[in-house]
Design a protein around this ligand. Sequence first.
Ligand SMILES: Cc1cc2nc3c(=O)[nH]c(=O)nc-3n(C[C@H](O)[C@H](O)[C@H](O)COP(=O)(O)O)c2cc1C
Length: 217
Amino acid sequence: MMLDAILERHSVRKYLDREIEKEKVELLLEKTEELNKKSGLSIQLAVNEPQAFGGLLGSYGMLSGVKNYFALVGKDTDRLSELCGYYGELLVLEAQKMGLNTCWVAGTYQKNKTVCEIASDERLVCVIALGYGENSGKPHKGKSIEKLYKCDGEAPEWFIKGVESASLAPTALNQQRFVFEYSDGKVYAKSLGGFYSDIDLGIVKCHFELASGHKAD
Ligand SMILES: Cc1cc2nc3c(=O)[nH]c(=O)nc-3n(C[C@H](O)[C@H](O)[C@H](O)COP(=O)(O)O)c2cc1C
């Protein structure tokens, strides 16, 4: 279940020297292709390619042992970062369901050593480290739910569920610079700015929609 995966997911930065089984790689490749077709993105999975994280036995930033990652690539439009957030998080949750760990990485990796194809009208937005972690990470303290939404009148139960789920989503520097608004039966998700907050917006919309069953504009 995606909702279990949302609860179980935490950023993991230290990885074991353990290969991802072929069958799991196959499933992730299939899922990636499916989501690329749907979104128009060109997300790519790099397996056994440690260079972007300091090479074999290497470490980079707070990450170590990273040998696999999704490279989030797509046409360089205004919506690219948000799209990468949304579809990348679906891949994160798929990986979590398979017992794999992940970490979104926009800063602490070597962009020029990232193994992926980028067409002339495309851009690499960030990567998602992937593999078997030394542990499964731990929950982090976030903002209280009340700080993450606005509504006139009483909010429906599904809306609150969606916001709760969004509060568990990864955001850059754990900044949680977003707010969901409920107005006239519609949901609007807004970014409050900050580093990589467009990627964050796509990620939190993904969580909101999975948990609430409603779209956020
Ligand atoms: C867009 C984005 C970029 C991130 N970039 C980095 C990074 O460069 N280095 C890093 O160690 N963690 C990075 N993170 C991970 C966040 O620090 C982490 O998601 C946040 O602290 C919340 O912790 P949690 O994912 O365990 O819930 C990034 C997360 C997001 C969503």
